[in-house]
Design a protein around this ligand. Structure first.
Ligand SMILES: Nc1nc2c(c(=O)[nH]1)N[C@H]1C(S)=C(S)[C@@H](COP(=O)(O)OP(=O)(O)OC[C@H]3O[C@@H](n4cnc5c(=O)[nH]c(N)nc54)[C@H](O)[C@@H]3O)O[C@H]1N2
Ligand SMILES: Nc1nc2c(c(=O)[nH]1)N[C@H]1C(S)=C(S)[C@@H](COP(=O)(O)OP(=O)(O)OC[C@H]3O[C@@H](n4cnc5c(=O)[nH]c(N)nc54)[C@H](O)[C@@H]3O)O[C@H]1N2
Ligand code: SF4
Ligand SMILES: [Mo]
Length: 710
């Protein structure tokens, strides 16, 4: 370095008047990268730098979203005091005014319309403590059966498939550290390179070590680029593809007979089922050439070890549960689970997508992955909560079904925490109309999101820099996010807000916590003996060990690195193979003369979900400031669509206008639109409301559309 440069840096250094550091974890995806935000005061200006901190999962890495996450938290649009809607305008209120108004309105609604007229809609971006407390708040504070959360739109198909097949659902059955040693990898409907970027080195290392990688995606993406074989499937046909792979493995006698005999049930039915259809049907349905399907099947079956990963491309379908079960059939008949370097991973989405699906936010669930319809489970939780088992409500309905109940007038009041459903739910125009019918609507958010605009009250929550608590990451590893920055203005932590509301509703005795750790200690008891058992985990241990994989049933237990080594979690200890259909029970839309193209949806690296946060981050928004439609140049020519032109996309549900982007990486029969924009660019205005009958996942990944110049 030259003298001049050194002098410059020395002077710069002197300009720094003070420096503070805040430990935390990134607020976005399930990697939960640990980081430190350095806040330097330079004369009158503040400078922020995020650096990655070493930990077992992400080893100090950060992606562009993590590096810039503080920008939205520090943005001037952040709400810092309660807001009440008066004559259509939001006005500033004190916490007392807001809480008293909530008490009045909730009491009136529950007197007039019944306890179940109040609903709660939660999130997988809040901490375990808050997810647990929100479930308790619905059942004890409001005594309503109606609670569900945004994870229904995210992990429900994978979770249901794993529960049905293995008897337990921890997204990854192995640790990430096993990936570099496996011989063959399937990446099904997952774009990890853009959606969990800091996971990539595990796969790159596997490739360096000679692993064969198979990707299944209708598009070429930065993830499919690392694959040796890319099956560029027709959208929505993964269940048929899985059946085809299984058929070939059985017919070419590449099965692991010993594993099938000792560890699974249902093989004979599966074999009969796959013998009954022709492989040419599968080729026709999926449009994947026979030699590719065969190559994938043979390669996966023959290698000594192998790992299967799925994400929303396969799962966000009206037959998402069946499609995942189809791929799990392949994993099981080749015996590739419960041993080193072999296993399954449903790549979790949101930061706490794993933990928030374990502790009672789901309509039919109690903490510890217990069932709300199981008498012993009810008794355990009623005891921990200090209530009579008879007072515990029964199961409610899924996220989108809550919207239908609101539309029917069966639910008239709602608390919404940390989600933006009028943008993220399917058939978004309907959802918007439904929410407008609520007599009383409270949104708890960092910003006035598109959905919060419809609320009667908005309460200001704290962010990842301020709110301490545990998160369970992509591996199923419980981590402690040690956030300590003071809340801006009058914002409060989500758990404090829940406690305050419970208190004005006269239920304060059940919600008298003084810290997140206090809540965690109750969660440990509630989860004790359940499938997701956290009882051996403490804040002190998390600080010392940097994270613990559940189940962890005792203080001296090290946590569980690999699941299902000697038994599965069903009572007979076996995994269940299943017969799944090539065609879904709920028919998907097929191209017609009126709507000739498939539309599929997904993500880009720089934005997160409905974009409320990342669109406020200058560094991230600059990369993609508006929505777009990827289209193959040949298709574009056929429909007279120029590159970078404004295009109207219509489905039977609605229409949006986005910019066209020619891309050779698309299938000619399919266009792609990301999900990060709202209002006239909200792709969910186009998506239909059919749900997977088993897990109630919407079919986010396929509908049919027509396009024209805007
Ligand atoms: N940058 C960024 N990262 C994120 C998020 C974000 O919004 N932005 N969100 C987080 C969350 S909550 C989630 S759930 C995850 C989502 O992570 P992913 O599931 O990996 O993300 P998607 O882009 O929705 O879909 C993955 C891929 O599925 C493909 N696909 C579409 N239709 C089909 C199909 O019919 N079959 C198959 N096999 N593939 C199909 C798409 O082309 C896409 O490349 O990412 C998390 N990480
Ligand atoms: N078509 C289509 N639709 C999809 C998908 C798709 O692939 N295609 N993916 C689906 C998936 S996987 C998901 S996960 C959903 C998610 O969709 P949403 O649940 O709508 O998720 P976000 O956009 O993250 O909304 C989070 C909101 O909470 C606020 N927030 C952030 N942090 C906090 C906090 O700590 N406390 C509180 N109280 N508020 C906070 C943010 O400002 C934002 O307004 O979208 C689904 N919708
Ligand atoms: S978005 Fe995901 S990969 Fe990127 S820094 Fe945040 S947690 Fe890590
Ligand atoms: Mo998600």
């Amino acid at each position: 370095m030259t003298e001049r440069l050194l002098k410059y840096f020395r002077e710069k250094q002197q300009d720094i008047q003070s420096e503070k550091t805040y430990d935390t974890q990134c607020p976005f995806c399930s990697m939960q990268c640990k980081m430190q935000l350095i806040e330097q005061t330079i004369v009158t200006r503040k400078k922020y730098t995020a650096i990655g901190i070493d930990n077992p999962t992400t080893q100090g890495r950060l992606c562009m979203k993590g590096m810039n996450a503080h920008q939205h938290v520090l943005h001037s649009a952040r709400i810092t005091h309660p807001l009440l809607k008066k004559n259509g305008e939001f006005v500033r209120a004190t916490w007392d005014e807001a809480l008293n108004y909530i008490k009045e309105q909730v009491t009136t609604i529950q007197q007039e319309d019944g306890h179940d007229a109040m609903a709660v809609y939660g999130s997988a971006s809040i901490t375990n403590e808050e997810a647990y407390l929100l479930g308790k708040f619905a059942r004890v504070g409001l005594q309503t059966k109606y609670i569900d959360y945004n994870g229904r739109l995210c992990m429900s198909a994978a979770a249901t498939a794993a529960n049905q097949t293995f008897g337990a659902d921890r997204g990854l059955t192995n640790t990430l550290s096993e990936i570099p040693h496996t011989r063959v990898i399937i990446l099904g409907g997952t774009n990890i390179a853009e959606c969990q970027p800091t996971i990539m080195p595990y796969f790159e290392k596997a490739k360096e070590n000679g692993a064969y990688i198979i990707a299944i995606d209708p598009r070429e993406t930065p993830t499919t680029k690392i694959a040796d074989l890319h099956l560029k499937i027709k959208p929505g046909t993964d269940a048929a593809l899985a059946n085809g792979l299984v058929k070939i493995i059985i017919e070419e006698q590449l099965i692991n007979e010993d594993f099938i005999q000792t560890r699974t049930t249902g093989f004979e039915e599966l074999k009969r089922h796959t013998a009954a259809f022709s492989i040419h049907d599968i080729v026709e349905k999926t449009s994947v050439p026979l030699e590719y399907i065969r190559k994938a099947a043979v390669k996966f079956a023959k290698e000594e070890s192998g790992m299967l990963f799925t994400a929303r491309g396969i799962e966000q379908q009206t037959d998402g549960t069946a499609a995942v079960r189809g791929f799990l059939n392949m994993l099981l008949i080749t015996g590739k689970i419960g041993k080193p370097y072999s296993g399954y991973g449903a790549i979790t989405g949101q930061g706490n997508g794993q933990g928030a699906r374990e502790h009672g936010q789901k309509a039919d669930q109690l903490p510890g992955y217990r069932s709300i319809e199981h008498e012993e489970h009810r008794a355990h939780i009623a005891k921990v909560w200090g209530i009579s088992q008879d007072d515990l409500p029964r199961k409610g309905v899924s996220a989108y079904e809550l919207m239908e109940k609101i539309n029917e007038g069966r639910i008239t009041g709602m608390f919404l925490m940390c989600s933006n459903p009028i943008v993220s739910n399917p058939n978004a125009n309907f959802v918007k109309q439904a929410l407008a019918k609520l007599k009383f609507f409270v949104a708890i958010d960092l910003f006035i999101s598109e959905t919060a605009r419809l609320a009667d009250v908005i309460l200001p929550a704290s962010s990842y820099l301020e709110d301490e608590g545990t998160m369970t990451n992509v591996e199923g590893r419980v981590t402690l996010r040690e956030a300590s920055r003071p809340c801006p203005g009058e914002a409060k932590h989500d758990w404090q807000i829940i406690c305050d509301i419970a208190s004005v509703l006269g239920k304060g005795q059940y919600f008298s916590y003084t810290s997140a750790e206090d809540i965690f200690n109750e969660l440990r008891e509630a989860s004790r003996g359940g499938i997701a058992d956290y009882s051996g985990i403490t804040y002190d241990r998390l600080r010392q060990e940097g994270g613990i994989l559940w189940p962890c049933p005792e203080p001296g237990h090290p946590g569980t690195e690999r699941l299902f080594e000697s038994s599965f979690a069903h009572p007979d200890e076996k995994a269940k193979l299943s017969v799944i259909q090539n065609e879904p029970a709920v028919q998907k839309e097929k191209p017609t003369a009126k709507y000739p193209l498939f539309l599929t949806t997904g993500r880009v690296m720089s934005h997160y979900l409905t974009g409320v946060q990342t669109r406020k981050s200058a560094a991230l928004a600059a990369r993609h400031f508006e929505s777009f439609m990827e289209i193959h140049p040949k298709t574009a020519e056929a429909y007279n669509v120029e590159d970078r032109a404004l295009i109207k996309i219509e489905s039977p549900r609605g229409s949006i206008v986005v910019r066209s982007k020619w891309s050779e990486q698309m299938r000619p029969d399919t266009v792609f639109v990301p999900i990060h924009w709202a209002d006239s660019q909200n792709v969910n205005d186009l998506i239909g409301d059919d749900l997977d009958p088993t897990c109630k996942m919407p079919g986010f990944k396929v509908c049919t559309v027509r396009i024209s110049s805007a």
